[in-house]
Design a protein around this ligand. Structure first.
Ligand SMILES: [Cu+2]
Length: 332
């Protein structure tokens, strides 16, 4: 290859690599966050991106200019030492790095700022589901985190068994959930909506099945949800099928692992089922909460979610399973 073609090839290569690198930079979910804190993080990201893009453009501009301008000249420059230039290319990068450092610290402080009136929610990552407890409200649920729009919320995240990571991209960032350690994550939702995520720290068989959903609601809707979740299930259900289901639930081993408030079932191994009928899915988003899926889940949860830490109840009669399904679907 002659020099000219080699030069053209290298310029093309540089452009191609640059384009490929930039193509991955479309605004991602995290850069379109729906929380005050997420916006602060994406602002920082955009500032760093624009600054580094300018630096990259200048460096590549000079490089390409030099490649074209001095192409073919065999005479190396004899110029050595230029104090003014050296000062400039030391001071500018130092200033840029200092600026980015200050911006990062400011962003960290803003994101970590705890609001005194924040609603505290304990979030525990278990194999393979997320437990949410609102201590001040007396509410416990799983998989679906409900938060009021515009009100500060503080998640206190921890791990029940191994390390997981709480990651709903639309929140703007993620947080490790570590056994015996509590990390805090402040959120103020800026708009209503349903936002999905998944565990982001490899934790075992159902790592990919550890989904979570954040439901940000206008405050009055959130309050209505809280009121409904605060009700216990002590009242006997209406139909005899559901009452049979209740008796089956309490006489089988379900109660060792699950809580249904207002009954003798107070187990803490699996998700709280007091309002399972009002949740959209079973098994942390694995399947929709329909009677057919619930039946299949009780018979053999591992066929739906391999590695699940709940035994199958295939030994129960069809009658008992139908009754259990009716009871659980009725727990709104
Ligand atoms: Cu996990």
């Amino acid at each position: 290859m002659d020099r000219r073609r080699r030069l053209r090839a290298s310029v093309l290569l540089v452009l191609a690599v640059g384009l490929v690198a930039l193509s991955g930079c479309g605004p991602s979910e995290s850069l379109n966050a729906v929380t005050k804190q997420g916006h602060k993080i994406s602002d920082l990201w955009y500032i760093s991106f624009i600054l580094t893009a300018i630096v990259l453009a200048i460096i590549f501009g000079v490089l390409i200019y030099a490649m074209i301008k001095f192409h073919g000249s065999h005479q190396p420059s004899t110029r050595v030492g230029n104090t003014r230039l050296e000062i400039i290319w030391t001071v500018i990068p130092a200033a840029l790095v200092t600026f980015l450092f200050i911006m990062s610290v400011r962003t960290m402080l803003a994101v970590d700022e705890t609001h005194p009136d924040a609603i505290v929610i304990d979030v525990t990552g278990n194999q393979w589901w997320w437990d949410y407890t609102y201590p001040s409200l007396g509410v416990t649920t799983a998989y679906e985190l409900h938060v009021p729009v515009g009100k500060p919320v503080q998640l206190k995240v921890t791990g029940g068994d191994v390390i997981h990571s709480y990651w709903v991209p639309k929140l703007g960032w993620k947080m490790d959930t570590i056994p015996n350690k509590v990390n805090t994550m402040n959120l103020t939702a800026t708009r209503a909506g349903t936002f999905d995520g998944a565990c982001a720290e490899f934790c075992g068989t159902q790592h990919a099945g550890m989904r979570m959903r954040v439901v940000a609601q206008p405050p009055d809707e959130f309050d209505a949800w809280v009121k409904q979740q605060q009700q216990d299930a002590s009242a006997l259900p209406a139909t005899s099928l559901e009452r049979n289901g209740r008796a089956t639930f309490l006489s089988q081993t379900c109660a060792i692992c699950h809580t249904v408030n207002g009954t003798s079932a107070q187990g803490k191994v699996g998700p709280d089922l007091t309002h399972i009928g009002s949740r959209s899915t079973i098994g942390s988003g694995e399947v929709l909460n329909t009677p057919a899926n619930l039946e299949a889940w009780i018979r053999d949860p591992a066929s739906i979610k391999p590695g699940v830490l709940m035994p199958g109840y295939d030994k129960l009669s069809d009658q008992q399973i139908k009754a259990l399904v009716a009871y659980l679907e009725g727990l709104k």
